[in-house]
Design a binder for this molecule. Structure first.
Ligand code: SAM
Length: 318
């Protein structure tokens, strides 16, 4: 296959490109790829968007986190003859995909997969560099864990490699907020991906030379790379000015720290009080205290007498 193609959408779950069937769904994880048909976990409108994007921006090199059954790699390479795809997935290799790629030589050469490699794996930048062989990276799609820490790490590892003007897409970022979506039980304690989106928004305002533009949709955020070259270890917090997310975290943790501090002070004060009480008990119980009691009483009587004289004098002078 050496010409560009168009997708023909047969229904909301089936499309064809150059004789290849693509079955897609957002919920049916039982879909699988075999020799003649390819499975995708995306809605139709995502496929239409990517089809538009790769031709509009003449995309040649794509990286995806979250291969699943290899659907988007095969879809994009079957649409555009000079497009190459590199995918990462934490799971084991997919036999059906491998069989499909073996049967479709031209696509098979342009779809490269790294299974058993997580999106936050430190080998990712080197594997991308090897794949690019000096060419530019046009598009990154993150459709992997949808977890805050992993997604941020994948961004930090791969965004520096993206070309100026290239797009970084994070799919399904809004899962915490979607109506009618049942959050998986094992995600119940996960941090919202929303937090990363807020950080990216702050980064865009802080440094438009890194993120030139950011477009947020309910199911997708598209980040356009600015012209600044980022080298070495990229930590996005370093480039955010007045990070209100981190400030909030500090504010949230502050009361805990404060309570701990106050409890420690209280313990110290109580101990001191006990010591003083013990000292006083010793003094009150001592013989000398008892012997000097008449002296103390006389001194108190004199003080009262003095006070009365002073009041009487000042009343007469006034
Ligand atoms: C929603 S599916 C991807 C669907 C696929 N992009 C498509 O369009 O057909 C999510 C995939 O991400 C993978 N995944 C989950 N956590 C990951 C991680 N931390 N790193 C890489 N891949 C991960 C899963 O094994 C799964 O195959």
């Amino acid at each position: 296959m050496r010409e560009n193609n168009k997708a023909v959408y047969i229904s909301d779950n089936l499309a064809k490109v150059a004789g290849i069937s693509f079955r897609f769904s957002t919920t049916d994880y039982s879909l699988s790829t075999n020799d003649s048909s390819v499975a995708l976990l995306k809605p139709k409108r995502f496929l239409q968007y990517y089809e538009y994007l790769i031709f509009e921006h003449n995309v040649k090199n794509v990286v995806e986190f979250g291969i699943f059954e290899g659907g988007i790699g095969v879809f994009l390479t079957s649409l555009k003859k000079d497009l190459r795809y590199l995918g990462f997935d934490i799971s084991s290799p997919v036999v059906g995909l491998q069989n499909f790629l073996n049967c479709h030589g031209d696509i098979g050469q342009r779809v490269i997969t790294h299974f058993n490699v997580g999106q936050n794996d430190s080998r990712v930048p080197k594997l991308i560099d090897d794949f690019l062989e000096g060419e530019q990276l046009d598009l990154i799609i993150d459709d992997a864990s949808h977890q805050y820490f992993e997604t941020q790490k994948a961004f930090e590892l791969s965004f520096p490699i993206l070309k100026e003007g290239g797009c970084y897409v994070i799919e399904d970022w809004g899962w915490l907020h979607w109506g009618g979506y049942e959050i998986p039980v094992h995600w119940k304690h996960s941090q919202a991906l929303t937090k990363l989106v807020f950080k990216l928004v702050m980064l865009c305002a802080s440094n438009p030379e890194i993120i030139a533009e950011i477009n947020i949709f309910p199911n997708m955020v598209i980040i356009k790379k600015g012209k600044q070259k980022i080298s070495g270890d990229f930590g996005l917090e370093c480039y955010i000015r007045r990070d209100i997310i981190s400030i909030n975290e500090t504010m949230l943790s502050e009361p805990d720290e404060l309570i701990k501090d106050l409890n420690a002070k209280l313990d110290g004060t109580q101990l001191l009080l006990q010591c003083h009480k013990a000292e006083l008990d010793t003094i009150y119980g001592s013989r000398s205290w008892k012997i000097t009691k008449p002296l103390r009483l006389t001194r108190r009587a004199f003080s009262v007498f003095n006070l009365m004289i002073r009041r009487f004098t000042s009343a007469r002078e006034g």
